[in-house]
Design a protein around this ligand. Sequence first.
Ligand SMILES: [Zn+2]
Length: 195
Amino acid sequence: MSTRLSKIKQLREQKKIELEKISSRSRTYSKGNKREPSSYRVCLTCKRILYFKQYRTHNEKYKSHGWPDPENKRRLSRCKLCEDLVQKKKRDRKPWWRLNILAKGRAKKNNLPYNINEEDIKNIWPLNNKCPILGTEFKSGIKNKNVLPTLDKIIPSKGYVKGNIAVISFRANQIKSDVTDINIFKKLYEFYKKK
Ligand SMILES: [Zn+2]
């Protein structure tokens, strides 16, 4: 038998053992820190055998989390693909969660007032899940950049405080940010209305 074939056979055998461990919920499986380092691993979510580089590494401080790879790093028990899907689901289910984290970061970076939480954003979220300015439905993911929901500071210098926030699309926010005086929009409207 060629080495390639024997390797495949060995991996299939490993998968069988791993799946048995998962279904029996044996304690040795959850006690990841006692595991031997391995190059291949069954993803707990999609059940595929994947090379260790298909798994994201754990933060250095979590020494007992996940499982050890041959480079002595800890890896997540879900593969990168499954992890991305989980993150996406979380973003889609609670989009205000992401907006709050981003706002908090920007407030800190730009030294702006911030006294809101994710509930405050949830409470002002448009009920039809559409941008109130452009009427486009909010979507997640980098491919939908223009229709991503963003948190607008109604009066920018006031920061992220209650009563000064609105959820609008990335595109609407971008248009607004080009104009410092909101009356410009009124003039724009008046000018083109007559045309
Ligand atoms: Zn997976």
